[in-house]
Write a protein that binds this ligand. Structure first.
Ligand code: GDP
Ligand code: MG
Length: 440
């Protein structure tokens, strides 16, 4: 995927402006890249169409190359397609706010119930109650009860012989009696869409009159996501979606289809099996993920805001060619410092993935340590990290002069090479770099 997109941008090198003719080839690559990211075909068609129109219309912007311009247009359009901004959950005027969860079997509904309660409790101080509306297997009820206990939220459950709509009705009563802020209702899924499931959901929905009906979608769903979302939306009417299992390998193309076919936003994403692995959905980050190269692009973009243009271009080139050295490392960390918050920036560095506040503090601390070590390196050592990989004597000197341990110096050197490899892999370069073993 990444190399496909890189091709697309490369085809525009040397062109002056975007024209109907010169975007044909890059757009083919973009189309292929989106299909590989599991965006459904009709969505891809419409997307390519609108990007092409947009691209040909824009004139030359001073200092911006056509390939950069096309990257930006594609990204912006992707973000727009996914709703642009973060979509918050809606709360009803009177308590409790009812959130009904729907979706196929195994997508993560029951897990989301507990995660969402945990999230609302911790982030917004809401009191929550869960309703075990999946009555087909005793294990499903048991699962919700255990998860509820885990996050410290009460669960309303009945036996497997009670109708889901009846459980929903009683659960709602109980929530009112206990005066909880939010009632989250789990439902049964099937492996495929069928009439029984839809009818049951309609009944439950009628009883609850929910503020939010959220369709839980597995990020691995792929091409079928569009049809799935359409059916649920037409049959029961959804207010939004939750995308789960984003910690997996999927590029998350399903995200693009949701808003496009239903007009309803993705509100939250699940990134793991733990109760804390639920967060708001950020369209811009998702655009980056779908494009594959977005992490590097947004990093460069961010860096451009604080670095001089030439520096940023230089950095981009170095990232692409994996020539990234200690000077770049330092430039980057200083730019990061000037950017203020590490949070977003760290999230953009390839391979860093999700970061917690504790990790950020840790990272800030280690940046200071790194800087101290890089500062005592000779210009030659900074440009050729290999010198340090090859010589324990040099590493020892750096350790002494910077007041750090030799182990810390070795770590820094190893880290630089790891970063090169990651960046190179991310850019889909032809041959991967290698991490040299440190000599003694
Ligand atoms: P349901 O059938 O829709 O209720 O799905 P469950 O909530 O029972 O989840 C099915 C499986 O997916 C369980 O093993 C969950 O632990 C797992 N799961 C749910 N959400 C996520 C996620 O965001 N990431 C990962 N890796 N696994 C998840
Ligand atoms: Mg379930």
């Amino acid at each position: 995927l990444t190399s496909g997109l890189e091709n697309a941008w490369n085809k525009l090198k040397g062109e002056e402006v975007l024209t109907k003719e010169n975007i044909v080839e890059p757009m083919k690559d973009i189309r292929r890249a989106l299909l590989e990211a599991d965006v459904s075909l009709p969505v891809v068609r419409r997307f390519v169409q609108s990007v092409s129109e947009e691209a040909v219309g824009v004139g030359l912007i001073r200092g911006v190359k056509p390939d950069q311009q096309l990257v930006k247009i594609v990204r912006d359009e992707l973000v727009k397609l996914m709703g642009g901004e973060v979509s918050e959950l809606v709360f009803g005027k009177s308590s409790p706010t009812v959130i009904l969860l729907a979706g196929l079997q195994g997508v993560g509904k029951t897990t989301v119930c507990a995660k969402l309660a945990n999230y609302l409790k911790k982030q917004q101080g809401k009191s929550c109650m869960l309703v075990a509306g999946d009555v087909y297997r005793p294990a499903a009820i048991e699962q919700l009860v255990i998860l509820g206990e885990q996050v410290g939220v009460p669960v309303y459950a009945e036996g497997t012989d009670v109708k889901p709509s009846e459980i929903a009705r009683k659960g709602l009563q109980e929530a009112k009696r206990q005066n909880v802020d939010v009632l989250i209702v789990d439902t049964a899924g099937r492996l495929q869409i069928d009439k029984g499931m839809m009818d049951e959901l309609k009944d439950v929905k009628k009883v609850l009159n929910p503020t939010e009906v959220l369709l839980v979608v597995d990020a691995m769903t792929g091409q079928e996501a569009a049809a799935l979302v359409t059916t649920f939306n037409v049959e029961i009417g959804i207010t939004g979606a939750i995308l789960t299992k984003l910690d997996g390998d999927s590029r998350g193309g399903a995200a693009l289809s949701v808003k496009e076919v239903s007009g309803k936003p993705i509100k939250l994403v699940g990134r793991g099996e733990r109760m804390d692995d639920l967060e708001p959905f950020y369209p811009d980050r998702m655009a980056g993920r779908i494009l594959g190269m977005g992490d590097v692009l947004s990093f460069v973009e961010k860096a451009q805001e604080v670095m001089r243009q030439e520096d940023a271009e230089d950095l981009q080139k170095k990232i692409m060619s994996a020539k990234f050295d200690f000077n770049d490392f330092l430039k980057q960390t200083r730019a990061v410092a000037r950017m203020g918050s590490m949070t977003r920036v760290l999230g953009m560095i390839p391979g860093m993935g999700k970061v917690t506040p504790a990790q950020i503090r840790e990272a800030e601390k280690s940046l200071t340590i790194m800087e101290a070590m890089i500062e005592v390196m000779s210009p030659e050592e900074r440009e050729k990290p290999e010198l340090l990989a090859e010589s324990a004597v040099r590493r020892k000197r750096i350790a002494q002069e910077s007041g750090k341990t030799e182990q810390q110096v070795s770590q820094l050197v190893a880290q630089l090479f790891q970063m090169r490899v990651r960046m190179k892999n991310l850019m889909g370069a032809m041959e991967g770099g290698s991490i040299p073993a440190l000599s003694n």
